[in-house]
Design a protein around this ligand. Structure first.
Ligand code: URA
Length: 433
């Protein structure tokens, strides 16, 4: 086989066989195929797409390029959740304990934040003492004991995806639905889940800018999951404003705690309950989503999900006193209001700009080796649909730096205020199964 022939096939819209795709991924991972040939192939995919059979073969070849986590020692159906990334998305912190409180085993491997979106591991590390490094034996033991463990990705999961993603990043070939779908699904399948719930976000702060693109991506991932014998359900959710009110590591943990006690922002609580209902049904712990929803709501409002979170924090070495009293979490030196320069109604809050404001304050990383400040971030005071008067507070920044002008400017730019009233946006547009 020759790589040049596979590039030509893709250029000429001829379907590649599973054997050809396996050969290509194996030889690229082994550094036999050079980056320049793989770049040409990827660009041909960007233009010509992939058939469902090619997409599946690519996903499975990437899964096969490394280790596959064996979670068979955990009793029950393991359901994982993945979000395509957004601003203020702290759902995993709430979903994990909530779903675990229903007896569903949650063995989750999470990532760190990069750019304007945050990562679950960083948020967890704002709790003193919390470790996200457990060996596989302890990870499995903890899930069997308390139904929940969240750790950083261990081992060598889908290394082909890691190499390909780095190449796509510098060759303008990230924006391809089959490449994104196979990239995400290869990691989820390699992480050992039996079933997968996906939160595909669209809007200014998300990877997918339009509902139509998000729908196509969701459909592609659901089909890959089904063909790989992993039942997969995808939600299409709005990211035209941040989720909840808090953006920043410790601030998001605090909001997650409030939500676990049943006092969280309504949009966040609703999304969590909907995602969790699907997870519970996939795990066969409830007959349908309506029943699951009611049971989960009770778990939140009776404090059982909160108690599960405390159990989880304790099991991973974290300071439970900070969970019982979130004022003990890292706190910024100053809290500065950002005010509206005109009156009207909030029509949009550009989540990307808010994410960039949080980054400027030190809450996120520009490169993967940057240090982050756990205490800083943004707390919104107004959301889409709210009325504002000139001089009213739109948001508060929690800052440890002296110069916050850029962050303030990003927040002011993020708010689109118009004269006419507007309804709060729909959060969940569709569920694809
Ligand atoms: N996230 C991934 O993991 N892969 C992509 O290709 C895009 C987003």
């Amino acid at each position: 086989m020759r790589m040049v022939d596979l590039i030509a096939k893709k250029r000429d819209h001829i379907e590649l066989t599973t054997e050809e795709i396996e050969w290509m991924i194996r030889n690229y991972t082994d550094k036999v195929i050079p980056d320049y040939q793989m770049s040409a192939f990827l660009m041909a995919v960007v233009f010509n797409g992939m058939t469902p059979a090619e997409r599946l073969a690519l996903t499975q070849a990437m899964v096969g390029s490394g280790e596959v986590v064996d979670l068979s020692a955990i009793e029950g159906i393991k359901v994982d959740k993945h979000s395509t990334g957004g601003v203020g998305d702290k759902t995993s912190l709430i979903l994990g304990p909530l779903v675990a409180s229903m007896g569903v085993p949650v063995a989750k491997m999470s990532g760190r934040g990069l750019g304007h979106t945050g990562g679950t591991l960083d948020k967890l590390e704002s709790i003193s003492g919390m470790t996200i490094e457990l060996d596989m034996e302890r990870f499995i033991e903890q899930v069997n004991e308390i139904k929940l463990a969240i750790i950083g990705q261990t081992g060598n999961l889908a290394p082909a995806d890691k190499y390909l993603y780095a190449l796509r990043d510098v060759t303008a070939t990230v924006e391809s639905i089959p490449l994104i779908a196979s990239s995400i699904m290869s990691k989820k399948i390699a992480a050992g889940a039996d079933a997968i719930v996906l939160d595909v976000k669209f809007g200014a702060g998300a990877f997918m800018k339009t509902l139509e693109d998000a729908k196509q991506l969701a459909q592609a991932m659901v089909e890959i999951g089904r063909d790989a014998q992993r039942q997969t359900v995808a939600f299409l959710t709005d990211m035209n404003q941040p989720l909840g009110l808090a953006i920043g590591n410790a601030l998001e943990v605090k909001e997650a705690i409030e939500t676990l006690k049943g006092h969280g922002p309504k949009d966040l609580e609703e999304l969590v309950l909907q995602l969790a209902s699907q997870m519970v049904v996939l795990a066969k712990k409830a007959p349908d989503v309506e029943t699951a929803y009611e049971q989960l709501k009770e778990k939140l409002h009776r404090g059982e999900a909160f108690n599960k979170f405390k159990e989880f924090v304790q099991a991973q070495g974290g300071d439970v006193a900070q969970i019982e009293n979130p004022d003990l979490l890292p706190k910024a030196d100053s809290i500065i209001p950002v005010k509206a320069s005109q009156s009207g109604y909030v029509h949009q809050i550009d989540a990307l700009s808010i994410g960039l404001a949080a980054m400027k304050l030190g809450a996120g990383r520009a490169t993967k080796d940057d240090m982050i400040d756990m205490a800083v971030g943004v707390v919104l005071d107004k959301k889409v649909g709210d009325s504002v008067g000139e001089g009213d507070v739109l948001a508060y920044i929690h800052a440890n730096r002296v110069d916050n002008e850029e962050a303030i400017a990003y927040i002011q730019k993020a708010y689109c205020i118009c004269k006419d009233p507007v309804c709060p946006p729909t959060l969940i547009y569709d569920v694809i199964a």
